[in-house]
Design a binder for this molecule. Structure first.
Ligand SMILES: [Zn+2]
Length: 547
C-alpha cells in the first residue's frame, strides 16, 4: 500500500516540469511588465515627449531593476508566494487602470476600502472575471505547480549575485543618464509612477494601511490652555501677519548676498533678515506642521504634529483672533480649529487659472481684512511662492525680470539658466508681495500695531549635482533645500520695544523653524507656561521697560 502511494506521488512529481528560480523570475517579470502595464507604458511614452531612445533606456533600466529585486528574493518559501501576489495584484490593478484609466493611489484604495458591497458588485462583470482568470489565476496556478529548483543557500547567493549585480549596474547606469527626465516626470505627473503595475498599487495599499493604522484614533491634545495676553487695558489692537513661504531658498535672496537683485523692494523696507535659517523638513507636508507646532526639528514627528494643538490654537486660547488663508495645497491640519479661507476656491479670474492662483490674490484680500481688524489678530498667509516645476506660472508678466525664463514645467526642455531665471522671478514676485504686506500694515498703524514674519517652508535644488526640486531625505538633503529665507519686519511699537543693535547681532546667528512658534507668542505678548523665551528671536533683545 505504502509503496503504491509513494510511486504514485513520485510519478505525479515527475509530471511537474522543473524550472530554475532565476528563469522563473525572468518569466514572471516579463509577463507582468508586458501584460499588465499598458497604461504605464503609454504614459511614459507621452510624458517623455516621444523620444524612443529615452523610452528604450528607461525600459531597459526598469526591467533590470525589477529582475534584480525578484532574483534576489527568489528563495525557497519566498519565491512562489511573492510571484503569486505580484501576478494577482497586477491582473486586478491592470483591469481598472487599462479599462477605466484610474490611478490606484492611496485615495483610490481608501475609496475601494470604504465602498459598499453593492458598488463593488457592479464592477465584477464577466469580462472582469475572464481578465482575472487569464492574467492572474492561470499564471499563478502555473507558478504554484512547477517545481522550482533551488541551490543550497551559499551556492545560491553566489549564483544569484552573478545576475543581480550586473542587473543593478544596468539599472543605475540607465537612471543616471536620465536623472533630470526621471525627476521632472515623476514630480510633474504624480500619476506616472503610481501606474507602474503592480508596484504603484502595492505601495499605495501599504501606505493606506499604515496611515489608517496610525492616524485613525488620534485625539488632538490641548496645548497652552493657560495662555492669555499680558497687555495694558485700552491699548491699540496688535496684529501679526505670518507669511508661510513656499520653496524659497536662501541662496537666491539678495538680502542674503545673492548676486542678482531678487529682493529690491524688501531692501528698502527696514526689515531684519536672518541669513542662516534652516527648515524643519524638505517638503511642505513636513515643514508646515512642524513650523506651527511647539516641537523643534529634533523632537517633531508627523504623529506628534497631528496629535497636538498648533500655534493657532494657543493664540485662540489667549483670546486672539487667529486665521489662516491658503493659496497653496492646504494647511496640513495646522488650522483645523480656526477660521480658514482656501483662496483657489474663489477661482477669481484676475489671479487664478486651472485651480491655482498667483499670490497677488492674497494682497487683494488683505486690504478689506485689515480695515476690519478690531482686536488682537494673527493672520497666516500660506502663499504659493516658488512652487515648482511650473515656476513661470507663479509671477505676472510685470515680474518677468530675469529672461529668458523657462516657460514650461518640462525641465528637460529648458537650459539650467532658463530654469534659474524663472525661479529668480518667483523670488522677485514674493519680494513684491512681502513689501506690499508691509506697506499695507504700515498704512494702518494709526489703528493697530502690526508686524510681519516671513519664513519659507523649505528650499529647492536648481540643478546642483544634477538635483532638481525638493523632498530629499533631511539627513542627506543639500543645503539648497534646507536653507530658507526668514524676514522680520517690526512695526513702530515692536521696534521701540527692542534694542536694534542687539537684534542685528541676533540676526547674524543661526535661526530655524524652531523659532517661529515662540517668536509669534512673544510678539503677541502671550503669557503661557509653554512659551520658551530661548526660542523667541526677540526675547534677548527686548528693552527692560517693555512688556
Ligand atoms: Zn513646500
Amino acid at each position: 500500500m505504502a509503496t503504491i502511494t509513494d510511486s504514485l506521488a513520485a510519478s505525479g512529481r515527475s509530471l511537474r516540469p522543473s524550472i530554475g528560480a532565476v528563469a522563473l523570475s525572468v518569466l514572471v517579470v516579463l509577463f507582468v511588465v508586458l501584460t499588465a502595464n499598458r497604461t504605464f507604458w503609454a504614459k511614459t511614452a507621452l510624458y517623455f515627449g516621444g523620444t524612443p531612445q529615452a523610452l528604450a533606456i528607461f525600459a531597459l533600466g526598469l526591467v533590470a531593476l525589477l529582475l534584480a529585486v525578484c532574483i534576489a528574493l527568489s528563495m525557497r518559501f519566498v519565491a512562489k508566494p511573492l510571484f503569486i501576489v505580484l501576478l494577482l495584484a497586477s491582473a486586478c490593478a491592470s483591469w481598472f487602470m487599462d479599462r477605466f484609466g484610474v490611478v490606484i493611489n492611496v485615495d483610490m484604495i481608501r475609496n475601494a476600502a470604504e465602498t459598499t458591497h453593492a458598488e463593488a458588485g457592479n464592477l465584477i462583470t464577466p469580462d472582469f472575471v475572464w481578465h482575472i482568470v487569464l492574467f492572474g489565476i492561470v499564471p499563478s496556478l502555473l507558478v504554484a505547480w512547477v517545481r522550482v529548483t533551488h541551490r543550497p543557500f551559499l551556492a545560491k547567493a553566489r549564483f544569484n549575485s552573478v545576475f543581480v549585480l550586473p542587473l543593478l549596474l544596468v539599472a543605475v547606469l540607465a537612471a543616471s543618464t536620465q536623472m533630470r527626465l526621471l525627476i521632472t516626470t515623476s514630480r510633474t505627473h504624480h500619476d506616472w509612477l503610481a501606474s507602474l503595475n503592480p508596484i504603484g498599487p502595492i505601495v499605495s495599499a501599504v501606505r493606506y494601511a499604515a496611515s489608517t493604522e496610525g492616524e485613525a484614533n488620534i485625539v488632538v491634545e490641548p496645548l497652552g490652555q493657560d495662555a492669555h495676553v499680558a497687555a495694558p487695558a485700552g491699548r491699540k489692537p496688535k496684529v501679526v501677519v505670518v507669511v508661510a513661504g513656499e520653496t524659497a531658498r536662501a541662496q537666491n535672496v539678495s538680502l542674503g548676498g545673492y548676486g542678482r537683485p531678487t529682493t529690491p523692494e524688501l531692501a528698502t523696507r527696514d526689515v531684519t533678515y536672518f541669513p542662516d535659517t534652516t527648515s524643519c523638513g524638505t517638503a511642505t507636508a513636513v515643514s508646515l506642521p512642524c513650523m506651527f507646532s511647539i516641537y523643534t526639528r529634533a523632537t517633531y514627528t508627523h504623529r506628534k504634529g497631528l496629535s497636538t494643538e498648533s500655534l493657532l490654537d494657543v493664540l485662540a486660547h489667549a483670546g486672539i483672533a487667529a486665521e489662516w488663508w491658503d493659496n497653496n495645497t492646504g494647511d496640513k491640519g495646522v488650522a483645523d480649529r480656526v477660521a480658514y479661507r482656501f483662496l483657489p476656491d474663489s477661482a477669481d479670474p484676475r489671479f487664478c487659472t486651472d485651480g491655482e492662483c498667483k499670490d497677488g490674490i492674497l494682497l487683494d484680500r488683505l486690504g478689506p481684512w485689515l480695515d476690519g481688524v478690531t482686536r488682537d489678530s494673527v493672520l497666516v498667509i500660506h502663499q504659493l511662492g516658488s512652487h515648482g516645476p511650473a515656476y513661470y506660472e507663479r509671477y505676472p508678466d510685470a515680474y518677468r525680470r530675469f529672461t529668458p525664463d523657462c516657460r514650461t514645467a518640462e525641465f528637460a526642455d529648458c537650459s539650467r539658466e532658463e530654469i534659474v531665471n524663472a525661479y529668480d522671478n518667483t523670488i522677485a514676485y514674493t519680494d513684491h508681495v512681502l513689501a506690499t504686506v508691509i506697506d499695507m500694515l504700515k498704512s494702518h498703524q494709526d489703528r493697530f500695531d502690526a508686524s510681519m514674519i516671513y519664513m519659507s517652508d523649505h528650499g529647492e535644488s536648481l540643478g546642483e549635482n544634477g538635483l532638481y526640486l525638493h523632498g530629499a531625505p533631511y539627513m542627506i538633503a543639500p543645503k539648497e533645500q534646507t536653507q530658507v529665507p526668514f524676514v522680520l519686519w517690526l512695526g513702530r511699537q515692536d521696534r521701540a520695544a527692542v534694542n536694534g543693535a542687539c537684534l542685528r547681532q541676533r540676526a547674524g546667528e543661526p535661526a530655524s523653524h524652531d523659532n517661529l512658534f515662540h517668536t509669534v507668542l512673544g510678539l503677541m505678548a502671550v503669557e503661557t507656561r509653554i512659551y520658551d523665551p530661548s526660542l523667541d528671536v526677540l526675547s534677548g533683545c527686548r528693552n527692560a521697560s517693555s512688556s
